[in-house]
Design a protein around this ligand. Structure first.
Ligand code: FCB
Length: 446
């Protein structure tokens, strides 16, 4: 256990960017500023979907507390802030009627970053789909990708020239497979057909959005893909095949379509009869060239063949490694694996780790929030990054997840990922030991 983040941070060069990440629905408070309803507001109302039926209506009240939250980002020494725009905040009622309060909020927020010397790294969609589109089939519908392109244009017209970097979609696997096959996230659908359609339309939305942003001459556009390290449960051929399929669904579907314009064969076989007609005609759009690539990395899964599992024939289980409060195993070797693999898909692009961090229950001793496990978690992953950087890999930056304890989706407020503690009854922020470790390490940089 260490109280310091110095060792590996000091091995990284001066121009390596350190930032911290959040997302709109998880922190802003959808009750404020005439924000429209998203499908998460509706999902949270359905019993059994979200722990405690918690929703993001108040969340961290960042809508009002954004100034002091940005001060926390600056005071830690982070030079970049990864945040997302809320689509229903900007367009609460329909695709055309813009909410002036939403525009004013993001104007304040972006100007606030720039005044503090913090680079805005924007995401256009971190899961808060306007409820009106969800009611019509959401990401199972091609129309939603077109609406997303129009929304992209709105964001670009108002804010584009102040954004250092933009990614259309946070974690397309979560938007599609997790939400439409496993049904763990809004809209909670469980169907192979819905999964196939959403996995294609979310990629189409990515490509269309990149085209719109290019037409506004933005020159730092990327993607944020979440990766989970797949390890065969045993040495059988079945486990190897299942692991290959899992990796195809979770990871390579997104890499291969964005960087090669193809989908993995074994996943197309799984989706036989379910893919949208003529999907192939969209592949050139999905493959629009990018300027950087982002990876969100948290954990690994062991893949165990299980014939009783319909369609896929496997289940994901956890192994014996130490676990976070999410039950996720701590496996930094997976980060090394994906960084290396990304250099194969995108050899020329700068690579950012756009999310990495862990959930840990509060540990309050002598008035301090001693999240020493979290410091260890960061260290074990930063070590991998510093090693690869020393080997010449084009790694450009790292974003800790997350600035604040926040709305952790289906887990409500029960899981805490923040480097700053939030008391949700008073909205009081208290930096944890990990925040102080970041602050010290970033202040000590050459
Ligand atoms: C990622 C999400 C983020 C947060 C972390 C823990 O998948 O992008 O919003 O929930 O996991």
């Amino acid at each position: 256990m260490s109280l310091s983040l110095d060792t590996h941070i000091q091995r990284l060069p001066k121009d390596f960017l350190f930032g911290v990440a959040t997302s709109s629905y998880q922190i802003e408070g959808s009750d404020f500023g005439n924000c429209g309803l998203s499908h998460w507001d509706e999902f949270a109302k359905q019993s059994g979907r979200v722990f405690n039926n918690d929703d993001g209506s108040i969340a961290c009240d960042h809508y009002h507390l954004w100034e002091s939250d940005l001060d926390l980002v600056r005071d830690a020494g982070f030079k970049a802030y990864r945040f997302s725009f809320s689509w229903p905040r900007l367009l609460p009622e329909n695709a055309k009627t813009v909410n002036p309060d939403g525009i004013a909020f993001y104007d304040r927020l972006i100007d606030g970053m720039l005044e503090r010397g913090i680079q805005p790294f924007a995401t256009l969609y971190h899961w808060d789909l306007p409820a009106r589109y969800a009611q019509k089939g959401g990401w199972q519908m091609r129309d939603t990708a077109n609406y997303f392109a129009d929304y992209t244009d709105l964001v670009m017209r108002h804010f584009g020239d102040r954004l250092f970097s933009i990614a259309p979609i946070n974690e397309p696997w979560c938007v599609s497979w997790l939400s439409h096959y496993w049904g763990h996230h809004a809209p909670g659908v469980q169907s192979i057909s819905a999964a196939a359609r959403s996995m294609h339309y979310i990629q189409l939305a990515h490509g269309l959005s990149i085209q719109v942003m290019r037409s506004h001459n933005h020159n730092y556009l990327g993607c944020v893909l979440n990766k989970e390290y797949a390890v065969p449960f045993d040495e059988t051929e079945e486990a190897a095949n299942s692991t290959h399929l899992f990796d195809g669904i979770y990871n390579r579907w997104f890499d291969e379509s964005i960087f090669n314009g193809t989908y993995p064969e074994e996943v197309l076989t799984l989706f036989d009869g379910h893919m949208p007609d003529n999907y192939i005609n969209d592949m050139a759009i999905i493959k629009e060239p990018l300027d950087w690539v982002g990876t969100n990395y948290y954990t690994r899964s062991l893949i165990q063949p299980d014939k009783s599992e319909p369609n896929i024939g496997f289940k994901c289980v956890r192994g014996n490694l130490p676990k976070t409060d999410m039950g996720w195993e701590i496996a930094p070797e997976g980060l090394t694996h994906f960084i290396k693999r990304t250099t194969h898909y995108a050899p020329d692009l700068p690579h950012y780790i756009t999310e990495n961090g862990m959930a840990a229950a509060d540990d309050i001793r002598q008035g301090n929030l001693h999240d020493l496990d979290r410091i260890d978690y960061f260290n074990s992953h930063l070590e991998r990054i510093a090693d690869l950087k020393a080997q010449g890999v084009h790694l450009a930056g790292y974003f800790a997840w997350s600035l604040l304890d926040n709305y952790e989706w289906a887990f409500g407020y029960a899981k805490r990922f923040g480097i700053v503690h939030v008391d949700f009854s008073t909205q009081k922020r208290t930096p944890k030991s990990s925040y102080l470790a970041w602050q010290n390490a970033l202040a000590n940089r050459p």
